[in-house]
Design a protein around this ligand. Structure first.
Ligand SMILES: O=C(O)CCC(=O)C(=O)O
Ligand SMILES: [Fe+2]
Length: 388
């Protein structure tokens, strides 16, 4: 990004458009009015000309690394509205780009609704299966809610065996795991996971012992006559952010120490290491991995180990605090879908004399985001009405 004073001094740009400076360079002015210089090679890579980009699949037909880094612009003509530019390059290539071809390059939300961190007072975001399964508009609204809050309660989901797969397939691709394509959550003899008991489960994320941790989980309630067994959800983004503010050193430790997670049964022996909180190079939250049933802290030097244990306790206390936790009862026909990299789930203990039966499955993390973009592009007039 360049200083906005350096070209077109004093102009306030509300629009996303092309501009060219007197020296012939091309600038892109983003929706916030920031001005970005665009090099010839950067523009050339994005050429949509038929010999460069397939019109069938939008994939490139040339290897962009073979283009010269000294490539220059011979000619540029910007349409009056600033939304289209004709370019001729020093290698003889010619193309026309519209500003929409570059929109993704300047969208920090990657075309998705902005994420909203939430605390314990959030009213449960909900939608009905009837609406979600019958109209694209209702489905898009449900996707939007899911992407913002990281979860959604879907009601009126018929209590059929395996129905959770139908809902999973609406939101993306079902991810089969060692628990099967879908699994029954009810008390069993010799449970290979504590989910299949009547014990309380504190806030946790599932399958941290996998290298590829399933991204999204669905739990569909078929029967709930149990006393107890209330469901809980906590937003890992809100809690991590609060911890970072309250105790930056604790937060830092939790993002650094690789914890070993383990799962074993007769046929399976998974082991994987993850920090409890992960963020990207810019410090933006990417995931949380927390399961006090399956984690093993490495034997660090004594002082660091104590500091880690204190940091972990702080995190755990926040995760179980009513300030952050939502508590509700899942009844028959209710289904919760949640981002297993962001939202922690749990349940209170229940009296195993009353039947409680859920069915669960996992789907890949990026399914809902992909579907949201497809629907946005298909009904772009609807998408524009959705406020960012
Ligand atoms: O019983 C529940 O409500 C949740 C069980 C659970 O944590 C799971 O199946 O992953
Ligand atoms: Fe779980």
């Amino acid at each position: 990004m360049i200083n906005s004073d350096s070209i077109n001094q004093g102009l306030v740009h509300k629009r996303f458009e092309f501009k060219s400076a007197e020296d012939g360079s091309v600038y892109i002015i983003d929706a916030d009015g920031n001005q970005h210089i665009a090099s010839a090679l950067w523009l050339r890579e994005r050429s949509t000309a038929e010999d460069t980009q397939s019109r069938f699949n939008h994939q490139r037909l040339v290897d962009p690394w073979t283009l010269s880094t000294d490539l220059a612009l011979e000619k540029r003509v910007i349409a009056d509205d600033g939304r289209r530019i004709s370019l001729t390059f020093s290698d003889g290539h010619h193309c026309t780009l519209t500003i929409d071809d570059l929109r993704d390059d300047f969208d920090s939300d990657d075309g998705l609704p902005s994420v909203i961190g939430w605390t314990g007072d959030l009213p449960l975001p909900r939608a009905t299966w009837k609406a979600i399964s019958s109209t694209d508009a209702a489905f898009m609204e449900a996707l939007q809610t899911f992407l913002r809050f990281g979860f959604l309660l879907i009601t009126d989901v018929p209590c059929r065996n395996g129905m959770v797969l139908e809902v999973g397939n609406r939101f993306g691709c079902v991810r089969e795991t060692n628990f099967g394509r879908y699994f029954d959550v009810r008390t069993t003899d010799n449970p290979n996971d504590q989910a299949y008991t009547a014990l309380a489960l504190g806030a946790h994320t599932d399958c941290n012992y996998r290298d590829q941790i399933p991204g999204i989980q669905l739990l569909h309630c078929l029967v709930n006559h149990a006393t107890g067994g209330e469901s809980t959800l906590v937003d890992g983004i809100a809690v991590s952010q609060a911890l970072k503010v309250a105790d930056p050193m604790a937060y830092e430790l939790l993002t650094k120490v690789m914890v070993r997670f383990r799962f074993k049964d007769a046929d399976t022996s998974f082991l994987s290491r993850h920090p409890l909180i992960e963020h990207d190079a810019e410090g933006v939250f990417t995931s949380i991995h927390f399961s006090p049933r399956t984690d093993f802290v490495p034997l660090l030097e004594a002082g660091k180990l104590k500091a880690f244990y204190e940091a972990r306790r702080k995190l755990a206390q926040m995760l179980e605090s009513p300030a952050f936790e939502i508590k509700f009862r899942l009844n028959a026909e209710d289904l919760i879908i949640f981002d297993n990299h962001r939202i922690l789930h749990g349940r209170s203990a229940f009296d195993s004399h009353g039947e409680r039966h859920l069915q669960g499955c996992y789907i890949d993390k990026d399914g809902p985001a992909s579907l949201f973009r497809v629907l946005r592009d298909r009904y772009s007039n609807v998408a524009e009405e959705i406020e960012k």
